[in-house]
Write a protein that binds this ligand. Structure first.
Ligand code: GTQ
Length: 353
């Protein structure tokens, strides 16, 4: 803690003298680095973020209560925030990211707005509700990955006959840290549509793009829906032809078809398949990561705890926490993290034991 500068031969001052000095300079908005250097520049990441697990059946009961308590219209977004137990009160699931479970009932609308925070959705329950993004509707099905990039108008609605629930992931804490939050409400509940539903998938998602398509100023993929059936087919192709990576199983990243980069600059999203019985070797990386289970179940083992996550459960692994995943049945997992930010800034690290 107390790293005294090299001695010049003078007697060190007493603790009391130093404390008195700190108090005097404190009044002038100064502080001694040597009292906290090793807390600022740590050997490895030291996070308040903890590993945590939310059981879907349990949270689903609270969601049902929430839908009785408040309408989507009153709430604007009817969401239960997944609060990391080490970061309570901050609406954070990791140090940089927010996650929540959003519910929308048949006939409800979550009105149009836009904000500088980027959002992603992973559909967990229901079939046929929509999100509209910048003038285009996408009809959502379980397992679909949908993005609403920074400053895009978006509204949600449910014209199906069953509740829809999805996982929201936003870069709220990252944007807050940068003091770069801007938001605007639309005067319309539902934004005007300019293209047929699903246009983006056909226009950009078939290994073709319009000849003059150029990257958007918000660095976001023009494809904003990644249908689950395609994700599963890609995972199955890997499984049929390759051996699983010992640390990762079969793992894919979602990409912007124009740039090959992550669909949004601040969050990366990933899909992976773990064959039945597959146990990953110990792994850690510097991006705290949020997982959702789409198929099967996985036992998650960390240094100090173990839990089993089943369908639609969400769990979070903090930065630099060594973990292993053991697929009890064949498992398909979705995950997201701030990895693209760390990579862009040359900060991202991983360790494979
Ligand atoms: O759907 O636009 O969970 O703006 C938090 C903030 C969802 C959304 C959240 C949001 C949204």
């Amino acid at each position: 803690m107390n790293d005294t500068p090299p001695s010049t031969g003078k007697t060190s001052a007493s603790r009391a003298e130093r404390e008195a000095f700190y108090a005097r300079i404190g009044a002038d908005n100064l502080a001694p680095l040597w009292e906290q250097l090793h807390n600022l520049v740590t050997k490895t990441p030291r996070s308040d973020c903890q590993a945590a697990h939310w059981s879907y059946p349990q949270v689903r009961r609270y969601i049902a209560e929430a839908t009785d308590l408040i309408t989507a219209e009153e709430a604007e977004r009817r969401v239960l925030i997944l609060e990391n137990p080490g970061l309570r009160g901050k609406a954070a699931i990791t140090t940089s990211l927010y996650a929540g479970l959003q519910a929308i009932l048949p006939g409800e609308v979550a009105r149009a707005h836009r904000h500088s925070q980027a959002a992603l959705r992973l559909i967990l329950e229901g079939d046929g509700a929509y999100t509209s993004v910048n003038g285009e509707k996408t009809i959502m099905h379980r397992g679909d990955f949908v993005t609403t990039p920074s400053w895009t108008w978006h509204d949600h609605g449910n014209d199906s006959d069953a509740p829809m629930v999805w996982l929201d992931g936003l870069d709220v804490q990252l944007v807050a840290m940068l003091d770069a939050s801007f938001a605007e409400s639309s005067t319309q509940d539902r934004q005007a549509l300019q293209r047929p539903a699903g246009d983006n998938v056909l226009r950009y998602g078939n290994g073709l793009v319009p000849v003059d398509a150029a990257p958007a100023p918000n660095l976001a993929s023009p494809m904003f829906c990644y249908p689950y059936e395609r994700t599963l087919a890609s995972l199955r192709a890997l499984q049929a032809a390759d051996r699983p990576d010992p640390h990762l199983g079969y793992k894919l990243r979602y990409v912007d078809p124009l740039s090959g980069r992550s669909p949004m600059p601040t969050m990366g999203a990933y899909a992976r398949l773990l064959p039945r019985g597959h146990a990953t070797a110990p792994y850690r990386c510097s991006a705290g990561t949020v997982f959702a289970v789409l198929e099967g179940s996985v036992a998650v083992t960390l240094d100090d705890r173990r839990f089993v996550a089943g369908p639609n459960d969400v769990f979070v692994i903090p930065s630099w926490a060594t973990h292993q995943l053991h697929a009890q049945d064949e498992a398909v997992l979705f995950s997201f993290s701030d990895r693209p930010v760390q990579e862009a800034l040359a900060l991202w690290r991983e360790q494979r034991d």
